[in-house]
Design a protein around this ligand. Structure first.
Ligand code: BG6
Length: 481
């Protein structure tokens, strides 16, 4: 191609995120021919490394096929450079800038795979010496944590907005890169049947849940500062809620969609404490390996920590469509399974004529992972001579309906979006503001009062109190969960 060249800079190139996610993602995009021609990669970190070192660090996560080892993989690393430098010395960024300029006049992407403690000096240095020139653009990709509460997040936002324009900033929430999360818009606005029933007259409750079958796995230091509310609920689950609850945007343009997302967030008051259940996992003496260890047994977790590893919170959207409908967000580590899903539970059939208890509620389930699916639980006559009813489902399981279709990883889609300049699946600063506004009172309450979270056993379904809270908020267990 004759287009501009692109330089993708990975800041924090020797770190965990870079080696587990960013380099592998860049490799897959390169391998599949999805990147613009003349795209170069430059790693930057404090450690002195060679490209061979970088390759060795990342290789275990890159899933390289045998046939690519000799050719494609070599080609990829030939496009890679590495610059060692500190995060606060401008002269080191001058070195980085020279390495970028060596690739000719180019568009520049900076991926901040860095701890928040160095966000400020790094962005200042990029602004001072690394911005692209002329008609070429610069885009900055940032990852959570975007602060710890409303105030610290606002401070970070004003720092960034003093340096960069909003259209240069790409705040990643990788859940927005998942197939089924992106599908919510199509499901809701591309089907005639859902819009008339998508409201408080027909929907009893909505559950959005995230479960993981492992604990903090040595990330205890990071995790303890943030907890499950900041790690998963305030971002990933709230983003899903927003897409489930928002009004139809006037178009599919990023600003139109994000305007609607902000509106719905503005209608959500902070949760009431009576609608919150917090838990922390304890070891299972009968479990194997890691399962025997509770959260507090992690040596990187401070003694007596009350940081929740599990939370269920019912939120309410105070607008005409949703007033009174609980949106129950539930997430936890060290549970019985890996699952992320949305359950839209419809109200009971009015004037039910069937024997009491036979007719169950309709439920629309959007399973984000594992094994993407949309299914509607519905009643059907038990086939055959029987005259009773039973619960069945209309089932759109992607593995069977779209057999063999490659489902790209969330990071692949999102990084490609950054190249293409599409901000639909990125978090705008006012969305972030609203998300923190909703959760900050609860987070501050936890910090001040240190309520002891409820123990739950590693590998269990979480605390019973969570189920009780869901039932209180008009959720009915129709099948097995
Ligand atoms: C991250 C959290 O944002 O999401 C992790 O920091 C969590 O704690 C991860 O494990 C889950 O992502 P996924 O894509 O595996 O569901």
């Amino acid at each position: 191609g004759h287009g501009a060249s692109h330089v993708f800079v990975i800041l924090g190139a020797s770190g965990d995120l870079a080696k587990k996610k960013i380099y592998p993602t860049l490799w897959w995009l390169f391998r599949d021919g999805l990147l613009p021609p003349k795209t170069y990669f430059i790693g930057y970190a404090r450690t002195k490394l060679t490209i061979e070192d970088v390759q060795k660090n990342c290789l275990p996560y890159m899933k390289v096929a045998k046939e690519d080892e000799a050719g494609k993989l070599k080609e990829f690393f030939k496009l890679n450079d590495y610059v060692a430098g500190s995060y606060d010395q401008t002269q080191d960024f001058v070195k980085l800038n020279k390495a970028i300029e060596a690739k000719g006049s180019s568009n520049r992407l900076f991926y901040m795979a860095l701890p928040p403690s160095v966000f400020e000096p790094v962005t200042l240095n990029i602004k001072a010496v690394c911005m692209s020139k002329g008609d070429k653009w610069t885009r900055i990709v940032v990852e959570k944590p975007f602060g710890k509460d409303l105030e610290s997040s606002n401070r970070l936002s004003s720092h960034l907005s003093a340096l960069f324009k909003e259209e240069e900033l790409y705040r990643i929430d990788h859940y927005l890169g998942k197939e089924m999360v992106q599908n919510l818009m199509v499901l809701r606005f591309g089907n005639r049947i859902f819009s008339p029933i998508w409201n408080r007259d027909n929907i009893a409750s909505i559950v959005i849940s995230f479960k993981e079958p492992f604990g903090t796995q040595g990330r205890g230091g990071y995790f303890d500062e943030f907890g499950i509310l900041r790690d998963v609920m305030q971002n990933h689950l709230l983003q899903i809620l927003t897409l489930v609850a928002m009004e139809k945007p006037p178009s599919t343009h990023a600003e139109d969609i994000r305007n609607e997302k902000v509106k719905v967030l503005k209608s959500i008051p902070p949760p009431d404490l009576k609608n919150v259940v917090l838990g922390q996992y304890i070891g299972d003496p009968k479990g194997s390996g890691e399962a025997q260890l509770g959260y507090l047994d992690d040596p990187t977790v401070p003694k007596g920590s009350v940081t929740p590893t599990f939370a269920t919170v019912a939120l309410f959207v105070k607008n005409e469509r949703w007033d009174g409908v609980p949106f129950i967000l539930r997430c936890g580590k060290a549970l019985n399974e890996r699952k992320a899903e949305v359950r839209v539970q419809f109200k009971d059939v009015a004037g039910d004529i069937f024997p009491k208890g036979e007719v169950k509620r309709n439920e629309l389930v959007i399973r984000v992972q594992p094994s993407e699916a949309i299914y509607m639980k519905m009643m059907a006559k038990t086939p055959g001579m029987s005259i009773s009813c039973e619960e069945s489902e209309l089932d759109l399981t992607y593995g069977s309906r779209y057999r063999g279709v490659n489902m790209p990883d969330a990071y692949e889609r999102l990084i490609l979006d950054v190249f293409m300049g599409s901000q639909i699946h990125f978090v705008r600063s006012d969305e972030l503001f609203e998300a923190w506004r909703i959760f900050t009172p609860l987070l501050h309450y936890i910090e001040e009062h240190k309520p002891k979270p409820i123990d739950y056993v590693y590998g269990s379904r979480g605390p019973m109190e969570s189920d009780e809270l869901m039932i209180k908020n008009d959720f009915r267990y129709t099948g097995s969960y």
